[in-house]
Design a protein. Structure first.
Length: 255
């Protein structure tokens, strides 16, 4: 039984004191691959350093996170794009629109997203989409972009079954994380009738820690807790969850 944590920020400072220990703990809990989304210019070096230390197990993405889109976003995108020609990445990410924290740069976030959609086509890579309080806006961007080669995953899916079907109909997967285990999230009911072929697993560590560890730092080894809840939701074995979601992830990211 093997899992992939398809979205973890292991390079972040929250892991500076025990990063290797946390990684080895993940290995001990059947998580054999971990995928790292980039945030901005500041995260690139620590992300690369970690991937270089574990070249067979930890893989990088490249992109500009929507909350890092500011007035200088065009310059920032130009800097980030240079890296796409320098080494191999598994995805364009983490990209998207975030209207939860601040709407000041909403139009700039949309423009940055559309530019990075084009990178996905140019480099033949999937996109990893952050969609906090912005699902409809991103769906509209996908429709406006209008290229059936665009594909990827909506990371940290927390929407309704109708939202899930809107995403799936456009050729995207759903990233299922710790929110599934939250007592009052209702996510289990929303995804109960969605086929397993549309799911991949993620932690988004150090954020969104699953029960029973809520309030503490999240980590990749907790994928097993998410998998257990998904197995219960779908009335299948955890071994089936591992096999299907791992195959889905390997196919999407071409690992």
């Amino acid at each position: 039984m093997q899992f992939i944590d398809t979205h973890t920020h292991l390079y972040s400072e929250e892991f500076d004191s025990d990063r290797d220990k946390i990684i080895n703990k993940a290995f001990d809990n059947n998580i054999y691959r971990m995928l790292l989304p980039n945030i901005d210019e500041e995260s690139i070096i620590p992300m690369h350093k970690l991937c270089d230390a574990y070249p067979r197990e930890i893989f990088p993405m490249m992109g500009l996170h929507p909350t890092s889109v500011k007035g200088d976003y065009i310059e920032m995108l130009a800097k980030i794009k240079l890296f796409l020609d320098q080494r191999k990445y598994i995805a364009i990410g983490e990209i998207g629109i975030d209207l939860y924290w601040d709407t000041t740069f909403a139009e700039q976030q949309k423009d940055a997203l559309m530019q990075q959609f084009q990178w996905s086509i140019d480099y033949d890579l999937p996109v990893v989409i952050h969609s906090r309080d912005s699902l409809n806006e991103i769906i509209n961007c996908i429709d406006e972009f209008n290229n059936n080669k665009l594909h990827g995953v909506f990371h940290c899916f927390t929407g309704s079954s109708a939202d899930a079907n809107e995403i799936i109909s456009r050729g995207f997967l759903l990233g299922i994380g710790g929110v599934l285990t939250f007592k009052n999230s209702g996510l289990s009911d929303q995804i109960k009738n969605i086929d397993m072929e549309h799911f991949i697993l993620e932690t988004d560590s150090p954020y969104l820690t699953p029960a029973p560890h809520r309030g503490k730092r999240n980590e990749s080894s907790y994928i097993s807790l998410i998998a257990q809840k998904l197995a219960h939701t779908k009335d299948i074995s955890i071994e089936e969850v591992a096999e299907i979601t791992t195959n889905n992830a390997n196919k999407l990211f071409k690992i």
